[in-house]
Write a protein that binds this ligand. Structure first.
Ligand SMILES: Nc1ncnc2c1ncn2[C@@H]1O[C@H](COP(=O)(O)OP(=O)(O)OP(=O)(O)O)[C@@H](O)[C@H]1O
Ligand SMILES: [Mg+2]
Length: 221
């Protein structure tokens, strides 16, 4: 189960304090899918970053599968992120000096998958995400949509317990986006992965168990 309780986050801009999340609370059962919707600047990315421990809320608690994410630091935080979480960042974040295959294998190496398992997993993901033929390409040789799919493959490669996806279909055409959503939903069902995705994509909203709407950092629906 994932529980966010009264999450407050404020950024400083010069001397001004900018409230970004105001007492955000929700609970989600293992294996459920939650969509975070809301206008640009409403706090979606910040909330996802807090959930994965990339950002610390000013106050409030986040518990993921019994772990208090807000209290993690150092090695325990790194282990939690490496084993339990898959991140799809809003802006690609592929490692520019690694090929497509090497990028996807990154979490598999960290989580000590055998070479055989690694190869099979990469091959399967490349096929499912229509990236076959690009395994040796470098990130700068990819289109935006291809890079987004590689980032998605990397996030789900080790089958994380929690997938945090920040607008995962934003640079994809409708058909490719649907394909990715199908894969995400299927992976969630088959492996009991809890999925939290921010999006403007109605197709993702339709496929999720719940949607929360953020307006200026507050849940408004
Ligand atoms: N590191 C930061 N320092 C200062 N302000 C920030 C920082 N990160 C985000 N903000 C501010 O917090 C607010 C929420 O940003 P966030 O990225 O969470 O929005 P978002 O809902 O993901 O928007 P988008 O749909 O455009 O991706 C914005 O007003 C943004 O300017
Ligand atoms: Mg964002």
């Amino acid at each position: 189960m994932i529980e966010a309780m009264d999450i407050v986050k404020t950024f400083r801009s010069g001397k001004k304090k900018v409230p970004v999340l105001s007492r955000v609370s929700f609970a989600l059962e293992k294996g459920q899918t939650l969509t975070i919707a809301g206008k640009s600047g409403s706090g979606k990315t910040t909330l996802l970053n807090c959930l994965g421990g990339l950002e610390k809320p000013d106050s409030g608690r986040i518990r993921c599968f019994g772990v208090d994410v807000t209290a993690l630091s150092g090695k325990s935080q790194a282990l939690f992120q490496r084993e339990k979480v898959g991140f799809v960042f809003q802006y690609g974040n592929l490692l520019s000096y690694l090929t497509v295959s090497e990028n996807i294998s990154f979490p598999l190496v960290l989580n000590r998958f055998s070479s055989r398992k690694k190869e099979m997993r990469i091959k399967g993901l490349l096929e499912e995400l229509e990236l076959t033929g690009l395994s040796r390409a470098m990130p700068h040789e990819l289109s935006g949509g291809q890079a987004q799919r590689v980032a998605f493959a990397r996030a789900i490669a080790h089958v994380p317990a929690l997938l945090l996806a920040d607008e995962p279909t934003a640079s994809l055409d409708t058909a490719t986006g649907r394909n990715l959503i199908r894969l995400m939903v299927r992976m969630g069902r088959e492996n009991g992965v809890t999925i939290i995705a921010s999006t403007h994509d109605n197709e993702i909203i339709r496929h999720s168990d719940r949607t929360i709407w953020l307006t200026d950092g507050k849940i408004t629906g």
